[in-house]
Design a protein around this ligand. Structure first.
Ligand SMILES: Cc1ncc(COP(=O)(O)O)c(C=O)c1O
Length: 458
């Protein structure tokens, strides 16, 4: 091992080359590129390699088998790309190798995190005094919000859940919409609240919770609402739900993995009205804001509820007087994710963030219009960046999705929406251009025509 840093220049060159050529390659790797990953298998060799040799192998074997999520034509799941400033900041963060657990362990990491969290609260129109955590994604952010809710509701009932656990605790209720995201149920399971115990409230045709069918709420209930359904992009009627919940002293948690960022845009802000009345919120930096993987954010109106659920101390691990990052988050050792979040937001500024939200939503509308014009059925009201399209029968739709994925011009996944099979288009990347949408529409149309049975062709 030596201290020669030339491999870092090499890494920058390889990364730049990867990004420069991303638009020209297939979005999903070919079968042979995936098969070539077999070169990784086998026992760990006895001999060592130089950093440059290791990197050459990572690039040669790994790069061709990546999914081109940082290009402009990846519309799968709800995955953002990575903004240039966020990517560059993440390199520096890796070089710093900070452990942002206690402030004394990384003054810089903690300071960037403080400011990034304040900015997020401000952009999302959440109470400025909320407690916050930067975590790996919305799943862990949901976990944080529900852990704070569990702490606060049980404390009110005279039970200390962190000390005494859930055995024998007063039961809590959880109310979710029938189109709840699976990550929220994962958080429910991790917290010992029981996936089977949740009460599912009926939803309308867009997946929004129906306030006329909300169960009775009480002071042992956590109600989970969504800002941005993963299929339709729809928003629950948060103002009315928060009002009804708070009349009964229930807790409202918001899963706003991507939808909450609509608040950044003057055009779409109204969709998030009422969500700020809730008690806890979960969102992602790696989706709409394009921070790069991974970055999620949790916020809790009462910072003591989050701290109560997460804080820990020992003789060697003594929190200081100011906000200590790990006292609000599930992990002790933590990457300096706040720097990447800060860098993404600082590079965009308020106007750039609004433009990113609006541009991607405009692309989604372009997809919906273009597909309708070509005779395909759009199954959702396209309110933000999500489009659901059917190409006919479930069989034809599934075959079309498979053909599109095989072609490699773009990548979209399939879903089931209230009994219909659909293809989901999520426009979440800063890198998507009008030309990407045009090329993708052509490729989608071509695949759909090929997959339609001859008798269904006009
Ligand atoms: C509404 C919603 N909640 C939660 C999640 C989970 O987010 P993550 O994968 O960042 O944990 C997603 C992911 O798409 C989502 O759309």
């Amino acid at each position: 091992m030596n201290n020669d840093e030339s491999h870092l220049d090499g890494a920058a060159r390889l990364a730049a080359n990867y990004l420069r050529t991303i638009g020209k390659r297939r979005v999903a790797p070919s079968v042979s590129e995936i098969q070539a990953l077999d070169a990784l298998s086998g026992p760990l060799p006895e001999s060592s390699l130089s950093p440059a040799e290791v990197l050459a192998l990572v690039d040669r074997i790994g790069s061709p088998a990546t999914i081109a999520t940082t290009g402009g034509r990846y519309f799968g799941f709800v995955n953002g790309g990575t903004l240039p400033a966020a990517l560059a900041a993440s390199w520096l963060v890796s070089a710093w190798d900070q452990n942002v657990s206690l402030r004394v362990m990384s003054p810089a990491g903690a300071a960037f995190e403080d400011v990034a969290l304040d900015w997020v609260l401000d952009i999302l129109r959440l109470p400025p005094t909320s407690g916050g955590a930067i975590v790996t994604g919305a799943t862990m952010a949901n976990f944080c919000g529900l852990a704070a809710a569990r702490h606060a509701l049980l404390r009110r009932a005279g039970w200390n859940v962190e000390e005494d656990g859930l055995f024998g605790a007063p039961p809590l209720r959880l109310v979710v919409g029938d189109e709840v995201h699976i990550s929220l149920l994962k958080a429910v399971a991790l917290l010992g609240l029981g996936r089977q115990r949740v009460e599912r409230a009926p939803v309308d045709g867009q997946g929004r919770m129906r306030t006329d069918a909300l169960p009775d709420l009480d002071d042992r209930t956590i109600v989970c609402v969504q800002a941005g359904n993963v299929n339709t992009g729809a928003f629950d009627p948060a103002a009315e739900i928060c009002r009804r919940a708070h009349e009964r002293n229930a807790w409202v948690h918001v899963d706003g993995a991507f939808g909450l960022w609509a608040a950044a845009s003057p055009r779409f802000r109204h969709l998030t009205d009422g969500f700020g009345d809730a008690d806890s919120w979960a969102t992602d930096g790696h989706k709409w804001p394009n921070v790069g993987y991974d970055c999620g954010i949790a916020a809790v109106r009462d910072p003591d509820a989050l701290r109560g659920a997460m804080a820990t101390a020992s003789a060697y691990f003594v929190p200081g007087g100011r906000r200590e990052p790990s006292q609000f988050s599930p992990e002790m050792s933590r990457r300096a994710r706040g720097v990447e979040l800060w860098a993404a937001l600082r590079s965009l500024g308020r106007q750039g963030l609004a433009a990113l939200v609006e541009r991607t939503a405009d692309h989604a509308a372009r997809f919906a219009d273009g597909l309708r014009e070509r005779g395909y059925e759009i199954l959702n009201d396209v309110v933000i960046n999500q489009v659901l399209v059917s190409f006919g029968t479930a069989e034809v739709t599934r075959a079309t999705v498979a053909r599109i994925q095989e072609d490699g011009v773009l990548w979209c996944g399939a879903t089931e929406w209230q009994g219909r099979t659909a293809m989901r288009i999520s426009v979440s990347s800063w890198a998507t251009s009008e030309e990407d949408v045009r090329l993708s529409l052509e490729a989608i149309d071509r695949a759909a025509r090929e997959c339609r049975r001859p008798e269904t062709l006009a």
